[in-house]
Design a protein around this ligand. Structure first.
Ligand code: NDP
Length: 286
């Protein structure tokens, strides 16, 4: 029979999580500080718990998704006794240290820290993926149920790893999106629409995924030979991006920062290295 699930926190994400569990046939109990947010879910078959304690007691798997770690502590903190013997899955964003602190507090029950790599409307679709770390036996026990929400990846016993992967992946997203927006501003100054630029940006990004794999291998090996292009070759072209940005009257901070990072790597003696040599700068060692 489908596992009984409790969802605590019915914000934009919590509603999507509870909806996915209900649709998959899991008997679902919900609780939210502002009770009105449970009404739609109740109409679709969710049981609404009047208190957090009752919400916890209703299921062996308790999913919490609130604004931040402080809200999680305020909400489930007083309910350690009710949590005993159950599994708490925390899908609230936070730092790896917060995850480790919560795990250390979770002595009488299993704790999984999680991060959601999806927006609410993507939950339970094939492209959704969720990151987990913490109690291995709890992940094993609840993996099938958690997969209702999307693909579930487990990073092992260190409860901080899901949060670390989360921010590292978001950093990849922000860096990529900033680069796209900068390019759109540059071409926009030449009256090119962003939608004309987008297909080329996307095509180029698929080449970049190849660079990511190749450079990961170099980073792990600790050697960054310029198999494709030397850092100096990159630097010369980076200067054009700065000059074009200045000429167009758009932001020059972003490309100047890209140039400065490459210059630091070269000054630190990574002459002749390829792009992956910049890892030393990011490690704070150059
Ligand atoms: P919302 O702002 O929509 O919802 C926040 C929820 O937290 C509400 O249920 C709110 O209750 C509750 N809450 C806040 N403070 C307290 C408190 N002190 N005590 C009890 N309840 C509290 O946020 P989201 O649902 O969008 O996000 C929730 C988490 O999911 C965040 O950590 C976010 O980073 C993460 N996430 C969100 C994504 C998204 O696309 N939305 C994507 C990936 C992760 P009330 O209704 O009473 O205000």
């Amino acid at each position: 029979a489908p596992v009984t699930v409790t969802v605590i926190g019915l914000g934009l994400m919590g509603q999507a999580l509870a909806t996915a569990f209900l649709k998959a046939g899991h008997p679902t109990t919900v609780w939210n500080r502002t009770p009105a947010k449970a009404e739609d879910l109740a109409a679709r078959g969710a049981a609404v718990a009047p208190t957090v304690g009752e919400a916890v007691l209703a299921s062996s798997l308790i999913v919490v998704c609130l604004s931040d770690s402080a809200a999680v502590h305020d909400t489930v903190g007083p309910h350690r006794a009710e949590l005993a013997g159950r599994t708490l899955v925390n899908l609230t964003s936070g730092t790896s240290d917060e995850a480790r602190e919560t795990a250390a507090w979770a002595t009488d029950f299993a704790y999984l820290d999680g991060a959601i790599m999806a927006i609410p409307e993507v939950i339970s679709r094939p492209e959704a993926f969720l990151l987990f770390s913490g109690a291995p036996e709890a992940f094993e026990r609840h993996e099938e149920t958690l997969k209702t929400l999307g693909n579930a990846v487990f990073f092992g016993e260190d409860p901080g790893l899901a949060s670390l992967y989360d921010v590292a992946l978001l950093g990849v997203m922000w860096g990529t999106l900033n680069a796209f927006l900068h390019g759109a501003a540059l071409l926009g100054a030449a009256k090119v629409d962003a939608s004309a630029f987008a297909p080329f940006a996307n095509q180029w990004l698929s080449s970049v995924t190849g660079f990511v794999s190749a450079y990961a291998e170099q980073i792990d090996r600790g050697a960054y030979p310029a198999e494709d292009a030397a850092l100096e070759t990159h630097l010369a072209t980076m200067k054009y991006l700065v000059r074009e940005s200045a000429a167009a009257g758009i932001d020059t901070d972003w490309p100047a920062r890209i140039q400065a990072l490459a210059e630091r790597a070269i000054e630190a003696g990574h002459t002749g290295a390829g792009y992956a040599g910049l890892i030393e700068v990011f490690r704070g060692q150059a």
